[in-house]
Design a binder for this molecule. Structure first.
Ligand code: 5AD
Ligand code: SF4
Length: 450
């Protein structure tokens, strides 16, 4: 018998609150899991207090992300005491990494579900309901993707599609290969089928997701690569745009760049983390390239793909990073002029190679370097965006603007966010916008004539 509650009716037992931390892959896993749960009769609610099932999809890439989840979990202790029938689950990277240690630290958690077990969520919740708490599911299933069953989509015109999972690179600081497992790719036909189904439901732009997307195809029969996949999507009618993330400089071949330059649907935007501008630090990070190699690769890509926008990630305060090393990163940012960059303070992850090095850069210094790079990038982004002033850009309209109700929001092929005035019927359409104002993050404009 289920315990009775003053705020749950029988029907309301199938209510789920879902919060996601971390990367785009996590957001997509959440979307697909919610689709599965919806198909199983669940209703998605916005408040923890309204939910019978509370799920956190977690991230392990930095300590800060884990601390946040533990603090959220801690805050649920009282609720669980009052309503023991509520099911609390930890999903994803932290679940994979910490396993049953989570039950030890947070005994009120009922479910720990790893990165390759999402497709079993409805069944796992049922097991808890019928047989009790502390269910652990962290096997490394070979299933590369959760089936997209229901139409739970945050945006009707834009969708993410997993094309490969896992990473074999083992950069010395990174936990991903340990929590996401070895690289597995989906077949081109499988991916194309999913894309076609999304497009027949109105989707206009697809972003292909993989932790290390340039090595897409490894292990698949027939020697296929990312270029083949992108080429195969070129002939999906009614699909306007294709994007792909995240690129690794050592695996981004010149052949792939040539292929991208030929394809009309692939957008002029790559996210290819450099991580550092110092060869010494790149060596310690085991990235497999030098700063010179990275710069040449970007020059080659810019030569072949006009109007290419490049985004990057950088880590500051890696063990042993000197002021000189840091200045090389500053110089790289000045020289390459990225469209935008994500900057992170190094955070040691137990089990990785870098965790064996002494984390010797003081937090204060990490913070200062972080701030300097953020400020530098802000200046560069603003200067670069100013170059678009008075120009016409192509925008895929996503819908109403969140920050400015009454206006519409969309993205350029270079992935700039654009805000402009227009009627809601433009959602899902490609329009030309003349840019009138810019900040470092956003472009503002008006519908172009003609
Ligand atoms: N500490 C700080 N940043 C990290 N990243 C990955 N691992 C760590 C770590 N241990 C950053 C990298 C990566 C991004 C997703 O997160 O820059 O590209
Ligand atoms: Fe982590 Fe490196 Fe793999 Fe990216 S390429 S997920 S940074 S190990």
């Amino acid at each position: 018998m289920m315990s009775s509650s003053h705020f749950f009716t029988d029907r309301e037992y199938k209510t789920v609150f879902f919060e996601t931390f971390g990367c785009q892959m996590n957001k997509l896993d959440a979307e697909l899991s919610l689709g599965l749960l919806q198909e199983d009769g669940y209703r998605i609610v916005d408040k923890v207090e309204d939910a019978y099932v509370v799920l956190f999809n977690t991230c392990s890439v930095r300590q800060h992300a884990e601390d946040k989840v533990y603090s959220h979990l801690g805050a649920l202790k009282t609720l669980k005491k009052k309503h023991p029938e509520v099911i609390i689950g930890v999903l994803g990277c932290m679940a994979q990494k910490d396993g049953k240690a989570i039950f030890k630290r947070m005994p009120h958690v009922d479910l720990v579900c790893g990165t390759r077990m999402f497709s079993r969520l409805p069944e796992l919740i049922l097991t808890i309901r019928n047989h009790g708490s502390h269910v652990l599911a962290v096997d490394e299933d070979q299933v590369v993707s959760v089936k997209r069953v229901a139409a739970y989509r945050p945006n009707a015109y834009q969708a993410f599609v997993t094309v490969m999972r896992g990473c074999d690179n083992f950069c010395s600081y990174c936990i991903v290969p340990y929590v996401r497992g070895r690289e597995i790719s989906r077949t081109i036909s499988d991916i194309k089928e999913e894309v076609q189904s999304l497009v027949s439901n109105g989707c206009k732009e697809i972003t292909l997701l993989g932790q290390n997307i340039n090595s897409y195809g490894k292990g698949l029969p027939g020697n296929v690569n990312l270029g083949d996949l992108l080429s195969a999507l070129e002939d999906v009618d009614a699909l306007d745009r294709v994007r792909f993330v995240t690129s690794h400089p050592a695996d981004m071949s010149r052949d792939i760049i040539r292929t991208i330059s030929r394809l009309k649907k692939v957008c002029e935007h790559i996210h290819m983390p450099a991580q550092s501008g110092s060869d010494r630090v790149l060596g310690l990070m085991r990235r497999g390239y030098t700063s010179g190699y990275y710069r040449e690769l970007i020059s080659f890509a810019r030569e072949h793909i006009p109007h290419l926008a490049v985004a990057s990630d950088f880590i500051v305060g890696f063990p042993g990073e000197t002021e000189e090393d840091f200045q090389e990163t500053v110089q790289m940012m000045e020289d390459i002029r990225f469209q935008n960059c994500f900057i992170f303070k190094y955070s040691p992850r137990t089990g990785t190679k870098a965790a064996e090095l002494i984390d010797d850069v003081a937090d204060e210094v990490k913070r200062e370097r972080n701030l300097k790079l953020l400020e530098l990038q802000k200046r560069i982004s603003l200067e670069e965006n100013k170059k678009v002033l008075d120009k016409k850009v192509q925008v895929l309209v996503e819908g109403g603007s969140k920050s400015d109700p009454g206006k519409l929001s969309g993205r350029t092929r270079q992935n700039h966010i654009v805000i402009f005035r227009g009627t809601p019927d433009l959602a899902g359409k490609l329009v030309n916008i003349t840019i009138q104002e810019v900040t470092d993050l956003t472009l503002f404009g008006k519908l172009a004539k003609g």
